[in-house]
Design a protein around this ligand. Structure first.
Ligand code: BTN
Length: 243
């Protein structure tokens, strides 16, 4: 595996995206830094990470035949890979909060930002960015619902060892995509879906609070919520948040 290590960079996703302009970039090239100065998160948020404590890296993955309408399975494969590595590190009570936050009990431990390059109806390649809180123990007040491996297990981790374990697991899980074993990924994802079937407070895009139970994931990867009147409604990423 080819790992490019940078002392500091604004965003490993942005850096790798530039590299990927070169069509000969090796599959599974990784860019990693211990000091990401302008990390990007989902929905234009920022990803903050204390220097030299955590993993912030991106992986370039090329696909031979992955349909855009199978995009959700890529998300499933990546988030399940992280979850499985954390299980191996003896964290228990891990969940995936839709679409792809990894939660330890009810605190976020890892964020994932997947940026796809699309041609026609296919995903040609992806930049998979991962921010995993590892040895950081204090978080600013605005990050109350955040944790790290060290906070969960009281152990200090070797970042390089952990990085290699994650890359290996991601290779393994994305093989299932090439083999079109989508049912396995769907089943595994639904098994660990955060708050599935539990009455939960949500906020819609008009800031209205409502209670519902997560029922599953739609064909195109949206969240299915069973409302109090038993109606099942579908929500896209910009249409709903956990309150
Ligand atoms: C999120 O939960 O909002 C996603 C966070 C993704 C952060 C990672 S850190 C490495 C990579 N480079 C970035 O700029 N973002 C991702």
């Amino acid at each position: 595996m080819k790992i490019i290590k940078l002392n500091a960079i604004d965003s490993t996703n942005s850096f790798l995206k530039e590299l990927a302009q070169n069509s000969t970039l090796e599959n599974f090239t990784v860019v990693s830094t211990e000091n990401q100065t302008n990390g990007r998160g989902q929905l234009n948020s920022k990803w903050l990470s204390e220097p030299h404590k955590n993993l912030t890296f991106s992986i370039f993955i090329r696909f031979s035949s992955l349909e855009i309408n199978h995009k959700k399975y890529l998300n499933f494969a990546i988030s399940l890979a992280i979850l499985e590595v954390l299980l191996d590190e003896k964290l228990s009570k891990l969940f995936i909060k839709w679409p792809n936050d990894i939660m330890s009990v009810n605190k976020k431990i890892c964020g994932i930002l997947i940026e796809n390059s699309i041609k026609g109806s296919k995903i040609k390649s992806s930049i998979v960015g991962i921010g995993l809180n590892v040895n950081q123990v204090t978080f600013r007040n605005s990050l109350k619902n955040v944790t790290s491996l060290k906070n969960e297990t009281q152990k200090e981790y070797d970042l390089d060892v952990l990085l290699k374990k994650i890359i290996t697991k991601i290779k393994e899980k994305t093989t299932l995509l090439n083999l079109k074993k989508f049912n396995i990924l769907e089943k595994e994802y639904l098994n660990v879906l955060y708050k599935k079937n539990i009455p939960t407070m949500f906020k819609n895009n008009e800031n209205v609070l409502f209670i519902g139970k997560i029922y599953g994931i739609s064909k195109i990867g949206n969240l299915l919520i069973q409302l109090e009147n038993d109606e099942i409604k579908e929500f896209g990423i910009k249409e709903i948040s956990f309150a």
